[in-house]
Design a protein around this ligand. Structure first.
Ligand SMILES: O=C(O)CCC(=O)C(=O)O
Ligand SMILES: [Fe+2]
Length: 626
């Protein structure tokens, strides 16, 4: 028997570790940890007495990164444990038999809109669209009520005017005389002022605006209501699409998106607006092109949205700025080539249209981003010889699972080897994944360059993503098994063989700039500090297995600029490649990125397979450089 206060250091009782899977972080925002302490003691007459106390020990937000984290609930300096100790002391130092404690965790649900950003993802855009429907309903109702008021007011005015017109008089004095001297007119005057006026007054006094204003304010307060950044996001998506796909501006503003005719068109005013944005950003070449388009449209619209003269003035100003800027660049260094925001020659010398087509004709295909954009546009960069080596076949992967229904495999690139496996997912499975992911999608983050700086929302990747453990749904577990059977690699996240599934959704203009999927290759020690212990222990991402959940109407291919290949998303298919060579080094030729979505949207599911678990699945070669 021992005295609780003297001999039982409170601090040691409170050393508790709690393991929480951070996949919960997608659902829950905060974690509250309560501790219930039951002290069983014997008092003087040896009767069993229990005292129960509840403390809120700690609470903190759940982070997204890392898979598992540990919370040590106590430290010797912790105020909570001191508090605990003091409270125990007030109970007196009775003899204590047992101290039990249980830990309760309360998770506070995450608000699905907290990470709202509406510029690219179509799911969000549909919510914004719904929001607009509410506005349209309120405005429609307001317009109908206002029109009803106008009808009453106009009727009154009409009646008055008719009375006046009926009396063919030379001036107001004569009219007055006629009206007052005519019993019918006198009756109509009385009727108007006594009877009709009541209706008019009622309509004028009753104000529909206030009701509409409060309803609209409510809509406006919704977290997904577009903000400035969302608007600029939508604008820059158009500019990105224009650059990547070399969209013909004249076609684009008329709703033709690379051969697909849509009903969405831009007005002269829209073009003027796009031009102003480009101008303010110093992109004078694009600004001039938008203003020229605006000028032409203003003419064909008969100055409906903006006057052609006004646009002409702005256009001349922009041309002047472009040429002056170019002159300054050349003065600084006569041999320098201006960046893509400017044309090479003054616009007074050669018009924008001619310069743009020359830029397109004289592309430098040795540059990675030129190759990337060309592949996005569907241009073929592989030589015929290389293409001849590519093949497709049916494969049972030597797995009984696939004997009856072998997989359709296509090899898209030899070096690095990139495979496409078709019909890997059924339509029902795809719907299940989307349903699971939709409420949890949040704007994708990438690791910051600065060590220890965590992740940041970035324009390098503009998509929304969600992470899933294998056990979140039986389907996820089945998919991990399927990936294993197809690739011969271990792919269970629960066994630390691979990462969680990452579902990503791209909306219009959504893209991912060229990058490597491996994590550690060519990273400095400082950069490596960004990674968790789990990351380092599991080894690098040896391979990527990526499912496509839909066909993309236009754009959205996965492009490998160094390999010279583009993979077109096909619903249910999956792309697979090794990020590491057999010697464990990163294969730099696996550089890849997602082309911006031009029309429609795009869903993918990534599974990054880790190196450590694959020791017996992928051996090394005799040549250590491979
Ligand atoms: O969406 C794609 O096509 C590529 C995605 C990708 O490369 C990634 O998530 O790492
Ligand atoms: Fe990637």
């Amino acid at each position: 028997m021992s005295s609780y206060c003297d001999q039982r250091p409170v601090q040691s009782i409170l050393h508790v570790s709690i393991y929480v899977r951070t996949s919960l972080g997608h659902v829950f925002k905060n974690i509250f940890i309560f501790i219930v302490i039951t002290v069983k003691k014997l008092n003087a007459d040896r009767q069993d007495k229990r005292t129960r106390e509840i403390f809120l020990l700690t609470h903190f937000p759940i982070q997204e990164r890392g898979r598992i984290f540990t919370i040590i609930l106590s430290s010797t300096n912790s105020t909570d444990s001191t508090l605990f100790c003091q409270r125990k002391k007030t109970m007196g130092c009775l003899q204590v038999h047992h101290v039990y404690f249980s830990v309760f965790i309360i998770l506070l649900a995450r608000n699905p809109h907290v990470n709202g950003d509406v510029s690219t993802a179509s799911t969000d855009l549909s919510n914004v669209f719904r929001l607009e429907q509410q506005i349209v309903d309120v405005l429609g109702e307001l317009a109908a009520k206002t029109e009803a008021k106008l009808v009453v007011i106009r009727k009154y005015l009409k009646d008055y005017e008719q009375s006046v017109v009926e009396e063919k008089a030379a001036n107001k004095g004569e009219i007055m005389e006629h009206l007052t001297g005519n019993p019918i007119q006198a009756y109509r005057l009385m009727k108007r002022l006594y009877f009709d006026w009541q209706t008019v007054e009622k309509e004028i006094k009753f104000d529909n605006w206030q009701d509409a204003v409060s309803k609209l304010e409510l809509v406006r307060k919704n977290e997904i209501f577009p903000k400035e950044a969302d608007f600029f996001g939508a604008t820059s998506a158009i500019v990105r699409l224009q650059d990547t796909y070399e969209l013909n501006m004249t076609e684009l503003v008329r709703g033709n998106v690379r051969g697909m005719k849509t009903h969405a068109q831009l007005t002269a005013l829209d073009c003027l607006f796009m031009g102003k944005l480009a101008f303010n950003d110093g992109a004078y070449a694009r600004a001039v092109e938008w203003f020229e388009e605006s000028y032409i449209l203003a003419g064909s619209e008969n100055n409906e949205t903006i006057s052609q003269d006004h646009v002409a003035e702005i256009l001349q100003y922009a041309i002047g700025m472009h040429d002056m800027n170019l002159k300054q660049v050349k003065q600084k260094s006569p041999t320098s080539i201006p960046d893509s925001r400017s044309f090479r020659l003054p616009l007074k010398e050669k018009p924008a249209v001619a310069q743009r087509s020359e830029i397109i004709r004289s592309r430098d295909y040795s540059e990675d981003d030129t190759k990337f954009n060309a592949l996005c546009r569907g241009e073929k960069l592989l030589s015929e010889e290389s293409v001849a080596k590519l093949k497709c076949w049916y494969d049972s992967r030597r797995q009984p699972y696939f004997f009856l229904m072998p997989i359709k495999v296509e090899q898209n690139s030899i070096e690095p080897a990139i495979y496409i496996f078709y019909e890997m997912l059924s339509d029902a499975e795809i719907e299940t994944i989307k349903e699971l992911a939709a409420p949890q999608l949040k704007r994708a983050e990438v690791v910051r360059n600065k060590p220890g700086a965590g992740t940041e929302i970035s324009n390098v990747r503009t998509s929304k993503s969600a992470w899933f453990e294998d056990d979140v749904h039986p389907l996820m577990d089945r998919l991990s098994r399927r990936i294993s059977l197809v690739t011969g690699l271990k792919a269970y996240c629960s066994r630390d063989e691979a990462e969680m599934f990452q579902v990503a959704h791209y909306g219009i203009g959504g893209h991912y700039s060229p990058h490597h999927d491996y994590l550690f290759h060519k990273k400095t020690d400082k950069e490596l500090e960004n990674f968790s212990d789990w990351d380092r222990e599991m080894g690098d991402r040896i391979a990527t297995f990526m499912f496509y959940l839909n066909d993309v109407e236009r754009g959205g291919s996965t492009v490998f600029p160094l390999a010279g290949v583009a993979v077109t998303p096909v619903k249910g298919a999956a792309a697979f490649w090794y990020n590491l060579k057999r010697n464990g080094h990163g294969d730099t030729n696996t550089l890849h990125g997602a082309c911006p979505v031009l029309l429609g949207h795009k869903w993918v599911v990534n599974k990054w397979i880790r190196e450590k678990a694959q020791t017996f699945n992928r051996g090394c070669l005799l040549d250590p450089s491979e």
